[in-house]
Design a protein around this ligand. Structure first.
Ligand SMILES: [Zn+2]
Ligand SMILES: [Zn+2]
Length: 479
């Protein structure tokens, strides 16, 4: 076409850019981008949007952002491509920032924008930002959009407000399998497996056919609540009755489920007998179970397998180190440290946050940056002393050793607890979001504090929700 001297315009380029959006074609796509620049067509909005989508879909999010910044006319499609690009690459903070910028420029969102923003709020546990999106839905007339409703259910459940999630679910005139899955998953995360199971059965009675994702949500609910037999039943029925071949995610839930019940060898056999390729999460689930049941030998095996698949995931190194801590195996702990040093891996810094009056208060381990930090440490000291005095809460040697080895300073969730107690009134429920798994010491501490000060705490850690009330936790010591 070029040889014949036919004029090249935006439409020609669109035809070239679109197929480059298919994964694996990025190199070619970049050449086409070069052509666009040469012919002065890169600033054409349709071509620009298409190039932007190509970059974010290929995971080249920085290139995408650069192009986005350079685009002279940004329409809704442009904003959506960038916002959803961030959302799909898990960059939830960037989503919220960009959405704010979009609003300040007076660009009106559509449901696609808001789904991306809601999923990011859910990921971060950013409740007030999520509530703002709900208000925006009303203003824009999207209140009855079923996709947004499902996203709202998920957002409220993951931000700790299960009641609100349930209200929205109950108010939906037509409930799809996605709506059911969202609410079942919500109950599961919060450890209310019995309700999740009831809802799952109710869904089937109502004539809705479960899909693979619905099974993931009910299986994980069973595992969080320790409903071993129920979970095994569902797992069996999945293929037999619904023709759904279990994937790695389903196996992960089953390993969790069997692990929780202490059936570690069965869990291992299940992994080894699988037809799908084991992923990191599967061996990770077994490793987690080994930590709870203090099985060092199997933990070492699971660790070896998991780091073959995910060599840089520091969470697994920390888990193995915790297994050694529980077993009082100092040598093992040092070995893990050496391994991490050799591979130049640093433990993810633990952080927790609380929302207070619409603002997020973020704490790192051993943090000293908060304006109220002196009061917070004073309060914490007070609480630690009260906990020490409480009967039945004598620290054992392992825990003391754990504290000793943990020279990172006070864990962030304790700072968040002290902050929340200083600033909130008695009737407010305290929701704390933590990026890593909560450690045994902090778990015990929050349980005791919930009893001493007669307050409820909801903590979302990397794996689930913990509801602390009157000295007990909803996870029943399994996480
Ligand atoms: Zn801790
Ligand atoms: Zn718990």
């Amino acid at each position: 076409m070029r040889g014949l001297g036919v004029e090249i315009n935006g439409v020609t380029m669109l035809g070239l850019v679109q197929p480059c959006g298919i994964p694996g074609n990025l190199g070619l796509g970049m050449c086409v981008h070069g052509f666009c620049v040469k012919f002065g067509l890169d600033m054409d909005s349709s071509v620009g949007n298409c190039l932007l989508t190509m970059y974010v879909k290929s995971g080249e999010i920085d290139c995408g952002r650069k192009l986005f910044n350079e685009m002279p006319r940004k329409g809704l499609i442009t904003w959506n491509a960038m916002i959803n690009g961030y959302a799909q690459n898990g960059l939830a903070n960037n989503v919220l920032e960009l959405y704010k910028e979009m609003e300040s420029k007076g660009v009106c969102p559509d449901p696609l924008t808001l789904v991306g923003v809601l999923s990011s709020c859910a990921h971060l546990g950013a409740l007030s930002a999520g509530k703002e999106v709900e208000r925006k839905m009303e203003i824009c007339g999207f209140s009855s959009n079923p996709f947004l409703k499902n996203a709202l259910i998920n957002m409220y459940a993951r931000c700790g407000n299960l009641e609100k999630a349930r209200d929205i679910f109950d108010g939906m005139p037509v409930k799809s399998v996605v709506s059911w899955t969202a609410i079942i998953g919500g109950y599961g995360m919060h450890g209310l497996g019995e309700v999740a199971v009831q809802l799952f059965d109710e869904m089937i009675r109502g004539g809705i056919r479960p899909d693979g994702t619905a099974f993931v949500s009910v299986l994980s609910a069973c595992s969080h609540a320790g409903l071993t037999n129920k979970g095994l039943d569902y797992f069996g029925v999945m293929e037999r009755k619904y023709g759904l071949r279990p994937g790695a995610e389903h196996y992960s839930c089953m390993v969790d489920l069997l692990g929780r019940a202490g059936r570690l060898n069965e869990a291992r056999e299940l992994i080894e007998s699988m037809q799908v390729r084991a992923d990191g999460a599967l061996w990770g689930a077994l490793l987690g179970a080994c930590k709870i049941h203090r099985n060092v030998e199997l933990a070492e095996l699971a660790f070896e397998r998991v780091i073959e698949l995910e060599p840089t995931n520091t969470g697994y190194y920390v888990l193995l180190s915790n297994v050694y801590t529980e077993a009082g195996n100092l040598e093992g702990i040092l070995r893990v440290r050496m391994l991490m040093r050799e591979r130049k891996l640093k433990k993810d810094p633990g952080c927790s946050y609380v929302e207070f009056k619409g603002r997020i208060h973020l704490f790192f381990a051993g943090d000293r940056n908060h304006p109220q930090i002196n009061e917070i440490y004073k309060k914490l000291n007070e609480l630690e002393n009260l906990v020490k005095d409480l009967d039945g809460c004598k620290k054992n040697d392992h825990e003391r050793r754990e504290e000793y080895l943990n020279c990172m300073g006070v864990h962030s969730e304790k700072l968040a607890v002290a902050f929340a107690l200083l600033n909130t009134r008695k009737e407010t429920e305290i929701i704390i979001i933590k990026n890593l798994r909560i450690c045994g010491d902090c778990h015990l501490f929050i349980k005791m504090v919930s009893k001493i000060v007669d307050r409820q705490f909801v903590v979302r850690d990397a794996t689930r929700f913990h509801h602390f009330k009157n000295g007990f936790c909803s996870c029943k010591e399994y996480w």
